[in-house]
Design a protein around this ligand. Sequence first.
Ligand code: NDP
Ligand code: KAL
Length: 257
Amino acid sequence: MQGLMNNKTVVIMGVANNRSLAWGVAKSLHQQGANLIFTYRKERSYLKLQELLQEDGIKPLLCVSCDANDDESIEGAFQEMKEKVGVIHGLVHSIAFADKEDLKGGYLDTTREGYMLAQHSSAYSLVAIARAASPIMTEGGSIVTQSYIGAERVVKNYNVMGVAKAALEASVRYLAEDLGKYGIRVNTVSAGPIRTLSAKGVSGFNDIMSTIEEKAPLRRNVDQDEVGDATMFLLSNLSRGITGEVLHVDAGYHIMG
Ligand code: NDP
Ligand code: KAL
């Protein structure tokens, strides 16, 4: 099969279940012929991932445990990839975490611990991972992370995560500059709201989805497959002239006043 990602090996970080944005990316990449490596944190995610891979007939090169808040764990994961696979061409960072208590009420009440946890998990994790991954992208590469419009504007309840996503988007630009000389591109997809495990139980999610249906130019929400295809584009050679970019996959909502 002739695919856009033939002979490319891509690391996917952040599949928790079939609703995960990262799983949408995995499916798009698999359709285009990529070889896949997965990382997971919780045992529950690993078990889900095994089920999904079997259901869809995807044979990964490797599944490695990696806690994005732990430098040793990151180093270990990429060392294992280097030893077992050698070269990688792409990386998908689809990881974010904040304490539930900080995702409601006022941003003013964010604790130091809550702020640090959100920054570590959701923004610094990209920096640490890019540092570990780039040495094995010896044939050039593409790194893509997932952001949200709460990085650019105030979105009710998003709070500490909005500030973390702002740091993530700025990190994308600085990393794009640092890694460009090695032929490595760094971009982010800014996705519209999608019902995932992370979104579960957070207040205001349903209202946000209805607002998009009403106000977005396309008058609908987006899904994992659309985020998957756009992310795959940024990983593929079709986007070879693009780096440091925020690509909105949000039915056009971000252009509205
Ligand atoms: P999921 O809950 O499906 O995925 C979140 C993933 O983050 C899980 O796989 C979880 O792994 C992983 N994770 C959290 N902390 C760590 C850590 N320290 N180390 C390793 N993995 C970690 O939710 P989504 O697919 O929605 O989220 C993926 C990305 O998409 C996030 O960056 C999110 O902010 C972004 N996004 C989501 C939108 C949405 O509406 N859903 C909209 C815009 C952006 P584990 O459970 O194994 O710890
Ligand atoms: C304005 C929106 C409404 C919701 C507000 C905040 C959402 C923040 C996302 C953040 C990643 C959620 C969490 O960190 C949840 C966490 O505290 C509890 N959940 C878990 O531990 C589960 C089991 C694991 C799998 O989750 C993680 N993250 O590891 C934002 C909406 C409209 C869009 C969204 C959901 C954006 C986004 O960034 O995810």
